[in-house]
Design a protein around this ligand. Structure first.
Ligand code: BDP
Length: 719
């Protein structure tokens, strides 16, 4: 009896021992790119330790405390078992992390030029007399520099030759959370909102701190924490107190809080009879509200506003312009230094014009009419975050009004939570597009960084893809989109391949036999997704309402401009939206050089063909295929691309932890089957009009069209 009990205990012990290595490597991805994995190679370990074991952080600000804390976290990760309880207190430092004003004179004198080139929040890493210096003009810059140092270690750059100068090109780099006060997230596919309003302000969850760390590590310095479809309640004292608690937690990380303002809040909250921006009582209300907010949040960033769009109230309700609306809030924030980010996503089903033209028509005439603390926030394309859109014609068209970019990091139209697509590739296409506003080289990135028009404010926003999922973003690879957004916000001209490489190394491993093939997938993933969803410039052909999956047949209902048929206009004659002079002439909103690229059906890039042109099914394209053949071939190519992504991933087994490997395996299987779903549903639907067989090599659909049209799912997330 005794023996068998002892055996039983042994068995349990053995079982636990064998479990250990698995548990030790368990990785759900919560640590994002701040994994700080142990430095295994003994030589590398030794050389990093020679520096890292002796760090001095002379400053005493709240941000310095955060820097010490980060060094502690990183140190414990890189060098397990070492003691970092007094990190930052070395008397003979090999790494010195302090502001430029307090640099030892030997280093300051030698590096005068470098230091003079640092702008606000920029940082420098350099080596002088065998010592690594991390320096900046501001506290936040110093934190960014510390993350720069840690990134160098994570990506295995030798410290002894470190020489980096980094200045952000855009001033305000922000996330827009479409988070509701009830914790649902509009177009959120990674669980619920991480803001636990009920527990705020008393409980500051560790996740808020980790959120701030992650953002600071990529230079994000602002966050708008509530949905643009705004609830006025957030402007009441109960919620302001909660928002203030978040702002306090984020402050040492250099992150400022913005709130979304509901335009008719004066009516909803205090019973005013109107929200007319020219009404003195309304003006007074917003002034008082702004004063009140700054009592809670002294460094409050300002308001983000969606007005006159998709049911949101706005100045149109009173016959006023978007400038009247924006200026009302700007006036109230002005004494406190706050900004208004006023969205250009304004369109109406009652305006008969092509929806893609409406924002330009509305805003272009207002150029120069906005107060100087207003920035107009423009989506990357003129429609609505479709897988591929041409750049928004407002970029380059508003020299007197600062414009900022709004990207969607959450993948509402790009496979939501289960598709792997590297969004940086899409963003780069837009950022590097030439507006020709001031001749060749007038890229969108130069509009944003202010150099093209000399804007006094520069900003960029990304609609967050963050939620309560254990890995923050649902899809393990969607973390890369958050990361890349930050890096491109810092420098919109940055090399996206470098960004992907850094992210892979920091998030998974430095092993090139993993990094190289996976990076290759990342770089090709965007083209693959566009092929299997919306090739040749097709757009808005997704399912109604939840936007998950194909829905080229979506028609009728409340709003024509929310249907697929409004955009693709497929018939037996052909397919596509004519936006040339013969059609809606949306092309007129672009510079002549751009128009020239796109106006001719025979020379336009096939990527934009059906965005701007209506094309006959049997029209022969530059590829030698007819339109119908090309469409079918691209859908097929997309599916094959997705299968290649899956195969490439499966070959990575053993290179990384099992958890994330398996998570990806499962998602890739979904991606492949959904790519097939898109191809089959779209080709069957369009085939009714083309009346032609599928070309050779294009697989036969698994079901008939009715099957796809009848396909229903309930409670799809994000709405
Ligand atoms: C659309 C989304 C909707 C948002 C809207 C916006 O479907 O949920 O409210 O954009 O940006 O793409 O305001």
């Amino acid at each position: 009896m005794m023996n068998s009990y002892r055996n039983y205990l042994w068995a349990i012990c053995l079982f636990l021992v064998f479990q250990l290595p698995f548990k030790a490597s368990a990785n759900e991805g919560y640590k994002l790119w701040l994994q700080y994995a142990p430095i295994e190679d003994s030589k590398e370990r030794e050389s990093y330790w020679a520096f890292f074991s002796q760090i001095k952080v002379p400053g005493n600000s709240a941000t310095d405390a955060v820097i010490r804390k980060e060094l502690q976290i990183a140190g414990r990760g890189f060098f397990p078992g070492e003691d970092f309880s007094s990190v930052g207190a070395s008397t003979d430092p090999k790494i010195w992390i302090g502001k430029a004003a307090s640099l030892p004179s030997s280093a300051a004198d030698a590096m005068a030029n470098k230091l003079a080139s640092l702008t606000k929040d920029g940082y420098a890493l350099f080596v002088r007399d065998g010592r690594v210096y991390v320096t900046s003009q501001t506290d936040t810059g110093l934190l960014y520099g510390t993350f720069g140092l840690l990134k160098a270690m994570q990506t295995r750059q030798p410290l002894a030759s470190l020489d980096v100068t980094e200045n952000p090109k855009i001033q305000t780099r922000m996330l827009n959370h479409w988070d509701n006060l009830n914790r649902t997230v509009e177009r959120g596919y990674a669980g619920f909102s991480i803001w636990n309003w009920h527990r705020l302000p008393k409980h500051i969850d560790q996740q808020y701190i980790d959120y701030a760390r992650a953002n600071a590590s990529i230079g994000v310095n602002a966050t708008s924490i509530t949905n643009v479809n705004a609830n006025a309640l957030v402007l009441t004292p109960v919620y302001l107190e909660k928002a203030a608690a978040l702002a306090d937690a984020f402050r040492p990380y250099g992150i400022r809080v913005f709130l979304t303002a509901r335009f008719n809040a004066p009516m909803q909250l205090d019973g005013l009879e109107t929200a007319d921006p020219l009404d003195p009582a309304v003006q007074e209300w917003w002034k008082r509200k702004a004063d009140e907010i700054y009592q809670y949040i002294p460094d409050f960033g300002g308001f983000l506003v969606k007005a006159d769009s998709e049911g949101q109230p706005g100045p149109h309700n009173y016959g006023r312009t978007q400038a009247d609306g924006a200026n009302l809030l700007a006036e109230a924030l002005k004494p406190h230094g706050g900004l208004v980010m006023w969205r250009a996503f304004v369109y109406s089903e009652n305006t008969p014009t092509d929806r893609t033209k409406q924002a330009y028509d509305e805003f272009k005439p207002l150029d120069g009419k906005f107060k100087d603390n207003v920035i107009v926030q423009v989506k990357n394309g003129p429609l609505d975050f479709q897988p591929r859109e041409p750049f928004h014609p407002l970029f380059g068209a508003m020299p007197e009004t600062p414009l900022m970019m709004e990207f969607q990091i959450t993948k509402e139209y790009l496979g939501q939570d289960t598709h792997w697509v590297n969004l940086a590739s899409m963003w780069k296409e837009v950022l590097q597009a030439d507006t020709y506003a001031n001749g060749a080289g007038s890229t969108v990135s130069r509009v944003l960084d202010g150099t093209l028009h000399g804007y006094n404010h520069t900003a960029i926003a990304g609609v967050a893809n963050i939620g309560t999922d254990r890995n923050w973003t649902g899809h393990p690879m969607a973390q890369a989109d958050w990361y890349s957004f930050g890096r491109l916000a810092w420098n919109p001209d940055a090399d996206i391949q470098e960004i992907a490489k850094d992210w892979l190394k920091m998030t998974f491993t430095n092993n090139p036999s993993f990094v190289e093939p996976v990076m290759d997938v990342m770089m090709k993933s965007y083209g693959i997704l566009v092929d299997y969803m919306t090739p040749l410039g097709l757009h808005h052909i997704m399912a109604r309402s939840h936007h998950w999956g194909p829905g080229p047949w979506v028609t009728g209902g409340r709003r024509d401009d929310w249907t697929a048929t409004y955009y693709h206009r497929a018939s037996e004659d052909g397919i596509g939206f004519d936006r040339t002079e013969a059609g809606s002439n949306a092309l007129e909103q672009y510079a002549p050089e751009v128009r020239e690229q796109w106006r001719n059906l025979d020379t336009i890039s096939l990527d934009y063909l059906l965005w701007f042109h209506r094309v006959a099914w049997d029209k022969e394209l530059a590829t030698g295929n007819t339109l119908w053949e090309e469409m079918a071939i691209r859908y097929q190519r997309g599916v094959e691309g997705a299968r290649w992504m899956e195969q490439t991933w499966l070959a990575q087994e053993g290179h990384i932890d099992e958890e994330r490997f398996e998570h990806m395996r499962s998602f890739l299987a979904i991606q492949v089957s959904e790519a097939e779903w898109w191809r089959d549903a779209c080709l069957l639907y369009f085939q009714q009009f083309s009346r032609q067989p599928l070309p050779l090599g294009v697989e036969k659909p698994k079901h008939d069209l009715a099957y796809y049209q009848d396909f229903r799912r309930f409670f799809v997330p994000g709405i």
